[in-house]
Design a protein around this ligand. Structure first.
Ligand SMILES: *Cc1c(COP(=O)(O)O)cnc(C)c1O
Length: 389
């Protein structure tokens, strides 16, 4: 074990099972180890570096803000967060934005907004949030409660009360669950990411939106992973033709700096007043200046390019030797190998390709602007590893 790895083991809390790769630097979708080895990066720091590593245009946006002011808190006005909020509202149908620093925090804000709205509108006991089994909404005690996977819950009881789970793609069960509880909101990911890159059925998502409408409850869409161009639309809900009341996002929004956003639609735009919620770091000028750069560049031609690269990857993997199925949307792709996904990922690292896992899938979240020749090179390597006997 190298000195870096043994010191990491000595001083860093043991929450991560890291791969034995020490990254020194990178450019675009290529990164280089401290040993000089080159890797093609198909993970983007879990869908964070939307335009790759050390992207020049993003660096320029971030550093020019860095030399003006790095932080002032939310006691005063600064320009980047206002520009970003305006941009996000213009590109969606949402009306107002609350900024935070992570996906879990964006979801916490959405849950607080839904609970306040429902308690004022229907009464204090209308606090239940209905989410799906196999979902993932974060690691705080409240977003863990929202996460519909028992194995994350076990060691951390008691979690925040008021969350119930129902199976994905079962509209009857969703209806019953919503009606059996005093429900404030339904919350879902259009594509379950950590759950295995599983897109929800279009009829189910539409049905959930109609149900929310007819029951006069809120629909929260968690776009922490699916957002910001990842699926070939600016936000994945746009692929489903629905109008959510609240949209949360983070990961790819900041292009590599910590940033979360909770977008509030028409109904809930004025739910928060001064003091109802807040964040010291939320809306940080540097993170927001980077995000303005990222969101401005996600235009129709970039999204068309994402779809083209997606088609290429789907057609390379579908029916290939050792691959049982391919799922996902845009550049959020799950490959089900006929061997354990973690073994495939380890072998890919040996051959110079970095991929992720999600349950029993090899998960790919490459940078949106990854070069076609790098995708082709990486796809060949993944296929050859999957086809090994
Ligand atoms: C990653 C993720 C989160 C949590 O985001 P953090 O930034 O790690 O707090 C929440 N929801 C979804 C769908 C995610 O993929």
């Amino acid at each position: 074990m190298s000195e870096l790895q043994s010191k990491d083991k000595e001083y860093i809390a043991g929450t991560y099972a890291r791969f034995p790769v020490e990254i020194a630097y990178g450019k675009g979708s290529e990164v280089f180890g401290t040993d000089g080895r080159r890797y093609i990066d198909l993970g983007s720091g879990i869908g964070v570096t939307s335009f790759g590593i050390a992207d020049d245009s993003w660096i320029n946006a971030v550093t020019s803000q860095l030399s003006k002011v790095q932080h002032m808190s939310n006691l005063y006005y600064t320009e980047p967060c206002v520009r970003l909020a305006e941009l996000l509202c213009e590109k969606t149908e949402m009306k107002k934005v609350f900024f935070s620093n992570s996906g879990a925090e964006a979801n916490e804000c959405a849950i607080k907004a839904a609970r306040k709205y429902a308690s004022e509108k229907k009464g204090k006991d209308y606090f239940t949030i209905v989410t799906l089994y196999n979902s993932f909404h974060g690691r705080t005690l409240t977003t863990l409660a929202a996460t519909g996977q028992e194995h994350y819950h076990e060691l951390f009881q008691p979690l925040t009360p008021g969350f119930v789970h129902t199976p994905a793609n079962d509209l009857e069960s969703l209806k019953n669950t919503v009606r059996e509880n005093r429900t404030a909101a339904i919350m879902l990911e259009c594509i379950q990411g950590e759950g295995g890159v599983i897109p929800l059925d279009a009829e189910f998502v539409k049905g959930a939106a109609e149900l929310a409408q007819s029951e006069d409850i809120l629909l929260i869409i968690d776009e922490v992973q699916t957002g910001n161009g990842r699926t070939g639309a600016l936000y994945a809900y746009m692929n489903y033709g629905i109008n959510p009341d609240i949209v949360t996002t983070a990961k790819g929004l900041g292009g590599g700096l910590p940033l979360g956003a909770t977008l509030l639609g028409e109904k809930v735009q004025n739910v928060f007043g001064p003091g109802d919620h807040g964040s010291t770091f939320g809306g940080n000028p540097i993170a927001c200046a980077g995000a303005v750069n990222i969101i401005s560049r996600i235009d129709d031609s970039l999204l068309a390019d994402v779809k083209k690269k997606s088609d290429f990857l789907f057609s390379s993997f579908e029916g290939a030797d050792g691959i049982e199925s391919v799922s996902g949307m845009g550049l959020m792709i799950g490959i089900k190998p006929n061997k354990p996904a973690a073994d495939i990922v380890r072998k890919c690292i040996d051959k110079g390709v970095l991929c992720l896992t999600a349950k029993n899938k090899v998960r790919l979240l490459p940078a949106l602007n990854i070069k076609p020749e790098l995708i082709a090179e990486a796809a060949e390597i993944i296929k050859s590893v999957c086809s090994e006997k």
